[in-house]
Write a protein that binds this ligand. Sequence first.
Ligand code: F3S
Length: 292
Amino acid sequence: MKNVRVAKSAGFCFGVKRAVDMVYAQLETNDETKDGIKDPIYTYGPIIHNEEVVKDLEAKGVTVIHDISEIEESEKGTIVIRSHGVGEKIYQTLENAGYHIVDATCPFVKKIHRHVREYGDAGYHVVIIGNASHPEVEGIRGWGNEEEITVIGTREAAENFRVSAGKKVCIVSQTTFNYNKFQELVEIINKKGYDIIVLNTICNATEERQTQSRALAKEVEAMIVVGGKSSSNTQKLFEICKNECANTYYIQTIDDLDPAVLRTIDNVGITAGASTPNKIIEEVQNNVRNEF
Ligand code: F3S
């Protein structure tokens, strides 16, 4: 039997786990109406970037709503807001349309919404350091006044940033933004001489997962990184682990792993990207420990 260790923060972060659990909890408590029919359950956007989980939920009767325009046509029911969060108007539209909202917005993202509202109301121009097309950033934007919010994701955008004289500026960040890049962009804005307040709202879940995976990769003879091939955070984990441990393997499920590569190895480490369900991590762990 091999000695197998799993990085503590492998897989779902707290916010994503909470959101996925909330959808499954809805399924459990979705009582049948007197006609024997259950209320429809929706998620506003895929609850997670993991096809297996989304398919499993679909098979259990959860439908993904991709756009607010689909709201009117769909039969009303319960709708779960995913961890990325949404703008205030979306809540209003859903409520007015008669949906029951279950809010699975990550509390760390919710905190950013509150900052944007409070500083916006206090007359600040809000800068979101992030990627403008990311759903989390779109949601954050929706908590302030459109004209008083700027999203900055590049050096160029930071250099071109201007507000009227005397305007105070509040800077927040997309939770998954790279810290060094955040600092770099904040410094560029800071040089412009505005009265600035910087709220570092980067979540450390990603960094923690990387740090723990790196430390584990240093201590084992082989490292297995589990996650979707197109998941950028899993690719990053793979690079980090490969740097520390030459025998690092990138797999999506246990079927991708050739048992021959671990035959003479006793100490194996496992980590997983942010959208890898626990079930898959456990399956890899059990197989490697007992059968390989
Ligand atoms: Fe996850 Fe929430 Fe952080 S969704 S990455 S714990 S901000």
